[in-house]
Design a protein around this ligand. Structure first.
Ligand code: NAI
Length: 629
């Protein structure tokens, strides 16, 4: 691709995340008896060089002497450096290939470890400017080519002078020697690259700060893979979201702000103004008022299961996609259900209580194995099906009832009615969702239909069970054991838990912790960012709570137009008319609607101009419009 500018990129801490010599010290001095002393000396020499107390060549000579590397060390170093390429460089491989003629890598380091790393990105060998080692016949480094300008002070300046590039020169780097090129009048612009290190004295001197390569490409309209620089996308994470999520989002290049607590409505109204992605857990209330202030919000990630804390209707109306983690804690709930079944069948709660009071009451009365017993699952969704599999592998006979047609896993038997299930099973476990019509799904009438001595477990939602009816049935022995994790009213940690069920025999009460494990938190931390990154990067809305779900392929050689509109007839035709008027060919198109909105993705193979975008934006009933790539 022809370009009349040249991009000169530094290697250490820019192309790669680290300084190559630091890593080389770890390799070449690994078994050296004076390793630590030598590493310290190398650091001291580096500082002397930086302060100008010794020349660069002297500093390089002394450091190479102390590192005493051989060919084998350098090969290892190159391999390790390949894994240390800066994230935004990895994301933008296409850019290096497309503009290979115009990209140079410059370094005071050495070809031997730089070339293998950068040529993998399509950098031309002749465009790599670095020093060369001299080796003895055994492959030990015995010095370097001292005629190479890069081994001397102001080496990068001299090298650029010799190159005499016939066009504008833009330098990207993190160090003073990179800035010097611009200072010497050999570059038009210097971009301080801060993805790996941010040096104050460089930032001050830079024409632009570029927190990632994305920003540089965006500023210079060179972006190929990524449409909008991630560092301009502000992600606000509240309520101590798991650190894995923070890491994932930072690695992707987003500007991430975290808070340990939820924010009040007022605080959030202020904060939300420039936020593009909001991450919350269950305490933050995303109200209509908050959403009114959300000028740039594209997506909300609920790092939990429930989304009642979000005004979904208003968010949808504003074209904001909502994602949650519907099955990140499924396994945790299932494990607790299995454990509770066993504990209740053996009356462990009562026995443990007595032991704490000093009573040794050894007896097998009323204790049973779960093997061979009939388990009845009410609700055969994510959790119900998982429990079905585990319970069966422990020898239980599984029956289930679901209002929807579901695939039976393993040997599970589907019951045609709730009554049928209640009448035959020994253990009942509830896993229905919290829809309003499920209020008191299990009441006096249903308890009457159960077998005497049934074990009853509810880890789903509190309002699904009539608590008074349950209490009556525990007291009269109809229910032999019961475990509840969810309640019609759930207090906060400071309030007392008030319930008729307190003190009842063989009754396990837990404070809604079915899904609360560290594994589940980590799963959620991994899952939710994946969803909104997909949405931002490709437009995919799979698993979105409020958007029509579309899973989209990534794009090669095309542009993707994303159009969100109120669900009224004729929008697709209007979009296509605009494209036809501009003679633009559609290579792929996807449309899905729900009650509120329509979501249209159009992939086009041709460069578009601003008029097309303005016309598409101007289509009546458009809520949001964006272009990818
Ligand atoms: P899901 O949505 O995958 O499955 C729910 C199933 O229940 C669906 O198949 C649905 O058709 C069925 N259903 C709804 N009403 C029904 C009825 N009246 N009779 C029979 N079937 C009915 O949900 P998932 O992920 O399996 O979660 C199940 C429940 O567990 C939810 O209420 C959820 O809030 C709760 N949960 C509790 C946790 C805890 O910490 N205790 C953690 C995670 C989820």
């Amino acid at each position: 691709m022809k370009l009349n500018k040249y991009i000169v990129i530094d290697f250490d801490s820019t192309f790669t995340k680290i300084e190559a010599f630091d890593l080389l010290a770890e390799i070449s001095l690994k078994d050296h008896p004076e390793a630590e002393a030598r590493k310290k000396k190398i650091r001291d020499i580096t500082n002397l060089g930086m302060n100008g107390d010794i020349s660069f060549r002297e500093s390089l000579e002394q450091r190479v002497d102390l590192l005493a590397p051989n060919k084998n060390h350098l090969l290892q170093l190159a391999e390790k450096l390949k894994a240390q390429v800066s994230e935004s460089f990895k994301r933008n491989r296409e850019f290096f290939k497309k503009y290979a003629d115009n990209i140079y890598v410059i370094s005071n380091g050495f070809h031997m470890f730089i070339d293998p790393v950068v040529t993998e990105f399509g950098i031309k060998p002749e465009n790599i400017l670095a020093n060369r080692f001299n080796f003895d016949e055994k492959g030990n480094v015995i010095g370097f080519d001292k005629d190479n300008p890069l081994s001397a002070n102001k080496g990068k300046v001299e090298q650029l002078k010799r190159l005499n590039l016939p066009g504008d020169v833009y330098v990207i780097g993190d160090g003073y020697t990179d800035y010097e090129i611009k200072h010497a009048g050999l570059a038009n612009k210097f971009y301080a690259f801060t993805e790996n290190v941010a040096r104050e004295n460089i930032i001050d001197k830079a024409d632009h700060i570029t927190p990632s390569l994305d920003e540089f490409l965006y500023l210079n309209k060179l972006n190929t893979a990524v449409s909008y620089p991630k560092n301009r996308i502000h992600v606000l994470l509240l309520e101590n979201v798991h650190p894995v999520a923070v890491e994932l989002l930072k690695a992707e290049g987003f500007k991430v702000e975290t808070h340990t607590k939820a924010l009040s409505e007022e605080e959030l109204c202020q904060k939300i103004k420039n936020v593009s992605v909001l991450g919350i857990r269950s305490k933050t209330q995303v109200t209509a008022k908050v959403l009114e202030h959300a000028n740039r919000l594209m997506a909300i990630g609920a790092f939990c299961i429930g989304t009642n804390q979000i005004d979904i209707h208003t968010a949808t109306k504003k074209g904001i996609a909502i994602f949650n983690a519907p099955f990140s804690n499924t396994r945790s709930v299932v494990e607790l259900a299995v454990a509770e079944m066993i504990m209740l069948m053996r009356n462990i709660v009562g026995k443990s209580y007595k032991m704490h009071q000093g009573i040794w009451d050894k007896s097998s009365d009323g204790s049973y194995e779960i093997r061979g017993k009939k388990l009845g699952l009410i609700g055969y969704g994510n959790i119900g099906t998982q429990l079905s599999v585990l319970a069966e592998s422990m020898g239980m006979k599984v029956y289930y009832y679901d209002i929807e047609e579901k695939l039976s896993l393993g040997n599970a038997t589907r019951c045609k009615s709730l009554k049928e299930l209640l009448e035959i099973v020994d253990v009942i476990s509830l896993h229905v969702d919290g829809r309003a019509s499920n209020t008191n799904l299990i009441g006096a009438h249903e308890f009457n239909q159960m077998k005497k001595g049934v074990i009853f477990i509810n880890l789903s939602r509190g309002h699904v069970v009539d608590i008074q009816a349950l209490k009556t049935n525990i007291e009269k022995g109809k229910v032999a054991g019961c475990a509840l994790d969810v309640f019609p009213h759930e207090p906060n940690n400071q309030e007392e838990f008030i319930s008729e069920l307190r003190g009842l025999p063989n009754t396990i009460l837990t404070p809604h912790i079915g899904g609360s494990t560290l594994e589940a938190q980590e799963n959620i931390g991994n899952f939710v960012p994946g969803k909104f990154m997909d949405y931002i990067n490709t437009g995919s809305t799979s698993n979105s709570v409020n958007f029509p779900n579309l899973t989209l392929p990534t794009l090669d050689n095309a542009h993707r137009l994303i159009h969100i509109h109120h669900n009224v007839p004729g929008i697709l035709a209007r979009i296509n008319q605009v494209l036809a008027d501009h003679n633009i060919n559609i290579v792929g198109q996807y449309l899905k609607t729900n009650e509120q909105i329509g979501y249209v993705i159009t992939d086009i193979d041709k460069a578009y101009n601003k008029d097309v975008i303005a016309e598409l934006r101007g289509i009546e009933h458009t809520i949001k419009f964006r272009v990818l790539y």
